[in-house]
Design a protein around this ligand. Structure first.
Ligand SMILES: Cc1cc2nc3c(=O)[nH]c(=O)nc-3n(C[C@H](O)[C@H](O)[C@H](O)COP(=O)(O)O)c2cc1C
Length: 258
């Protein structure tokens, strides 16, 4: 099969999923289109069989972020080769990769490969700090090269074949993280956090308020704040961070499936 174009689709509140997507896309040496689900959630695309689509999503509590399946229904393949990639913060990815693979197959994509990549934890940044690092990027490049070769050698989508992907049916229950970012007195009420929040949990007119019933703790507001006025805080978070960092201290390695 000949691929003429690559599209990277990502939802990346703190930027590591995007970085992972870019490392994979650049390996193909083809024109790359970008679909950024954080900043343009209304993006809708249809793809042909001569394209490759790289779907990269972060892992939230062992699943895909709750509203991502709805966003993915805006993408339609027509026997289009795809890579399913989840990015997780060195704890575990549980059912997220299987969930993504199932969704893509139901949307007309044929999986050429799948990966669970590791990145700095967006809530507990001491965990896997600085990842993906140079060694991770090198592994992502090698995986992309193998996927490219697999697609090149395939006469048609049926040759890309089935391969096992870890995870369970039914998927684990969707759960929300019980901590939410909040603003400090340094907040300048610029509205940047509100404009980037994917669930509308922060009112545009008052960046110091977070609607906890809407917030999914994705950290997009923390990353976007121009004056570092948003973050998790309080003694419970401080103790939880230490315990979590201890529990997840052992570096995990990216896993690839072809
Ligand atoms: C709400 C939430 C839940 C998370 N759940 C998990 C998890 O179950 N396992 C894990 O290893 N990392 C988990 N993480 C960490 C992210 O998967 C990881 O930091 C990822 O790189 C974030 O992607 P981003 O930088 O594109 O936002 C979670 C992060 C958030 C914000």
């Amino acid at each position: 099969m000949e691929i003429k174009k690559v599209t990277q689709v990502h939802f990346s509140p703190s930027g590591t999923t995007r970085k992972t997507a870019e490392a994979l896309s650049e390996s193909f040496g083809l024109p790359v289109d970008d679909a950024d689900l954080l900043h343009d959630p209304s993006v809708t695309r249809r793809f042909g069989a001569d394209e490759l689509v790289i779907f990269c999503l972060p892992v939230f509590a062992g699943r895909l972020p709750e509203f991502c399946p709805k966003l993915l229904s805006q993408f339609t393949g027509s026997d289009t080769p795809a890579l399913a990639v989840v990015v997780y913060g060195n704890r575990d990815y549980e059912d997220a990769l299987l969930e993504l693979a199932d969704l893509l197959k139901s949307r007309g994509f044929v999986l050429a490969g799948a990966a669970a990549a590791v990145a700095q934890h967006s809530i507990f940044p001491a965990v896997a700090a600085g990842r993906p690092d140079a060694a991770d990027i090198e592994k992502l490049h090698r995986f992309a090269a193998s996927a490219a070769e697999k697609i090149r050698l395939a006469a048609g989508p049926e040759d890309l074949g089935e391969f096992p992907i870890p995870g369970n049916h039914p998927y684990r229950k969707l759960t929300n993280v019980p901590m939410h970012p909040r603003a400090t007195s340094a907040c300048i009420q610029c509205g940047t956090c509100a404009s980037v929040c994917p669930t509308g949990a922060i009112p545009l007119e008052n960046g110091r308020i977070t609607d906890r019933s809407l917030c999914i703790s994705c950290t997009a507001c923390i990353k976007a704040c121009p004056v570092d006025a948003r973050g998790f805080g309080g003694p419970v978070f401080a103790i939880g961070s230490k315990l979590f960092a201890h529990k997840c201290a052992q570096p995990r390695q990216p896993e690839f499936f072809l």
